[in-house]
Design a protein around this ligand. Structure first.
Ligand SMILES: Cc1ncc(COP(=O)(O)O)c(C=O)c1O
Length: 398
């Protein structure tokens, strides 16, 4: 009998409940209100313009291999666009990636050895923490409150762990899944701790450009410019379209070649035609208007979801109230708190509504009394129907 030739690291490839929900939902035949995936609303994707761009922009060179760091035309447009935002950067810092996930993969690949300690938020975007695990990280979960990661708690947690972290994985704006935003004071404190520990901050911010209320908070790159311990991961997935699979990394120039080498070991270059589509979309000047439209729409959708929750589930749940992004975090209260949201998922699916159960968003499966709702992909009318169905599911589960 042969034992399996799988690598030891295969045990660490834990997969993604979030991604699996896409296949699961695709297999359902009945009508489902989809609060599960964190995807932009279909109707916000500029499909017609992409079609027009695709009919004009491609050349004979659009379908061959591209430079690993990214198509020059996209780098130029991206840098030009970012110069108009609070996160201007320069070419020596930027590498185009296949979405944010590849940026995370590169970051953990570069900084994490097997057995290294990595701080992750609790709850967190578990596709990110799973990537850390795939490189053998030991995860240290750190609690959050309404101002994001409780940075003040980190020194004691690290002392109890008996060793310092190599990386701190944080989603500072409108966090996936909680919707909370890390306060400025905590951002500053986190940078100090990172320096004390010589740990890299993996600054994963897909939603920062989608603030629809409240005051902007400076990003890590603004708080500590040119800091080699800040590795920023960005993506067009939430602000344009996730199927394009185009994102970027903004990191210290001293590691850019390493970023490029990591990417060369993965996929040579990011999808060339899609880079040209994004570049031309920016070149035509549509991105600002597009973002302004998204902010208005997502704000209205968040308000509608909170309103529906208030009317149907008032007193039975507590929710966060994000100033941007895609997600609400809902915690069951009172008698309902005894309901397992993992068990509720099945009942809810039968009722025709989908969400992500809390344990799927925790590195150690916590939060069985909580769930994530994406308000961004559903119109207010459908959201009302979805919350009615969720209420019915909760009544049945009691
Ligand atoms: C916090 C966070 N990071 C990274 C990603 C991955 O982005 P992409 O789809 O561009 O790979 C997501 C997508 O849900 C996300 O929410």
């Amino acid at each position: 009998m042969h034992t399996s030739p799988l690598a030891a690291r295969a045990d660490k490839l834990v997969g993604s409940v979030i991604d699996s929900s896409t296949s699961l939902l695709a297999a359902q035949k009945h009508d489902i209100v989809r609060f599960a995936m964190g995807a932009p609303a279909d109707e916000t994707v500029p499909t017609e313009e992409f079609r027009d761009i695709a009919s004009k922009v491609f050349t004979d060179r659009s379908f061959t291999y591209g430079a690993t760091e990214g198509e020059p035309v996209l780098l130029k447009q991206l840098l030009g666009y970012l110069a108009t935002t609070s996160e201007p950067t320069r070419e020596e810092r930027v590498t185009i990636t296949a979405g944010g996930m590849q940026g995370l993969d590169i970051a953990f690949k570069m900084y994490v050895d097997p057995g290294d300690l990595v701080i992750v938020e609790s709850p967190t975007y578990t596709n990110g923490s799973a990537t850390a695990l795939s490189y053998g990280a030991d995860l240290l979960e750190a609690p959050m409150d309404k101002n994001g990661l409780i940075v003040e708690a980190l020194p004691d947690l690290v002392a109890a762990a008996g060793r310092t972290p190599k990386a701190i994985y944080t989603i500072p704006n409108f966090q996936n899944p909680s919707g909370t935003t890390l306060s400025q004071a905590r951002r500053e404190q986190l940078v100090e701790l990172a320096h004390q520990w010589n740990a890299v901050i993996i600054d994963d911010d897909p939603y920062g450009l989608l603030r629809f209320s409240g005051e902007d908070i400076p990003g890590f790159q603004q708080i500590s410019p040119e800091d080699p311990l800040i590795f920023s991961v960005r993506t067009f997935s939430k602000i344009l379209a996730p199927g394009l699979r185009v994102g970027w990394v903004d990191a210290d120039p001293s590691v850019r070649q390493l970023v490029i080498h990591s990417k060369q070991a993965m996929d040579t270059c990011t999808n060339v035609p899609n880079q040209h589509i994004v570049a031309e979309f920016i070149r035509r000047g549509g991105l600002d208007d597009h973002l302004a439209g998204l902010r208005l729409e997502y704000h209205a959708r968040k308000v509608a979801m909170l309103d529906s929750i208030g009317r149907h589930l008032g007193g039975r749940v507590a929710t966060t109230n994000p100033d941007g992004g895609f997600f609400l975090w809902l915690t069951l209260l009172g008698e309902d708190a005894a309901t397992s949201t993992q068990a509720l998922f099945e009942t809810a699916l039968a009722e025709g509504v989908a969400f992500i159960p809390g344990p799927a968003l925790s590195a150690s499966g916590k939060f069985d009394d909580a769930l994530r709702l994406c308000f961004a992909s559903t119109t207010p009318g459908r959201t009302e129907e979805g919350i009615v169905r969720l209420t019915r599911a909760l009544d049945r589960a009691r």
